[in-house]
Design a protein around this ligand. Structure first.
Ligand SMILES: [Ca+2]
Length: 266
């Protein structure tokens, strides 16, 4: 049978449409996921110690805690939210550079940067309990309620046994298929891992099941230029209070901490 020119034309059209549908399905399956872009809205401005080189920031039972770095200045404190003042404070020996911190099962874990140690305390009494060996640099620390989740400045997040610090699993973090290095301060919020990227104004929202960056929060100008001085350092510090569903952000040697809401970019 000889196909008429009209039928041939229609046949080609249908085949082309099928091809496009198949190809788009393939693209959806294989092309890296585009993250949602967010900006922020400041809800409240709070004081923050300009001398605090913020490394870890988190809430425990509604109270804000902060760990701060630098040799000779490293400390951990229980903070009064409204004033930023230390209600209790631990100071470290000058050979230790304190890094990220979090609480799991009432144990307070405080990383050191290059000293290969994680110090453990009772969060209620701040009594020293001991130390765990650290196999890499300590940067950020958070918890999913079962394991500790740690960054070391690479694109890898480590899921650690809280009693032994052994690695139970690793997560390679990728944004549109590209590895994201310099992951720093962390916060586990509603089943997602939020991470500051050292030296940048962005926070990544990471899917803990596959490392895919689902969202990027652009925090540029969170600290107004009028408050930036020669000692102001980078954005670093994410704390979420689940009781009030409040998100707080700050930076190293910033004079302010901000309670923020994140807003989808248009
Ligand atoms: Ca945090």
């Amino acid at each position: 049978m000889i196909m008429s020119e009209t039928l041939k034309y229609m046949f080609k059209g249908v085949m082309l449409a099928v091809g496009v549908i198949l190809l788009s399905g393939l693209v959806n399956c294989t092309y890296p996921q585009n993250p949602v872009s967010y900006t922020f809205k400041v809800v409240e401005t709070l004081p923050h110690d300009r001398n605090a080189y913020t490394q870890g920031l988190f809430f425990h039972n509604g109270v804000l805690y902060e760990s701060c770095g630098q040799y000779g200045q490293s400390h951990f404190k229980k903070c009064e939210l409204a004033t930023g003042k230390a209600l209790r404070r631990l100071d470290f020996d000058p050979q230790y550079f304190a890094e990220g911190a979090c609480v799991l099962n009432n144990m307070l874990y405080i990383l050191t940067w290059q000293e290969h140690k994680c110090f453990v305390y009772d969060i209620n009494t701040l009594k020293y309990l001991g130390q765990l060996p650290l196999f890499t640099e300590g940067w950020g620390l958070t918890t999913n309620g079962k394991e500790l989740i740690m960054s070391d400045g690479s694109s890898t997040l480590y899921f650690l046994d809280p009693l032994t610090f052994t690695v139970k699993s690793k997560l390679n973090v990728k944004l549109r298929g590209k590895q994201m290095h310099y992951l720093n301060e962390l916060e586990y919020i509603n089943g997602e891992i939020w991470a500051n990227v050292y030296g940048s104004d962005i926070i990544l929202i990471i899917d803990p099941t596959n490392g895919v960056v689902k969202g990027v929060v652009d925090c540029k100008n969170l600290l107004p230029r009028s408050l930036v001085t020669s000692t102001t350092d980078v954005l670093n510090g994410i704390a979420y209070n689940p009781a009030t569903k409040s998100l707080y952000l700050t930076g190293k040697n910033w004079p302010k901490m901000y309670k923020v809401e994140i807003v989808k970019k248009k």
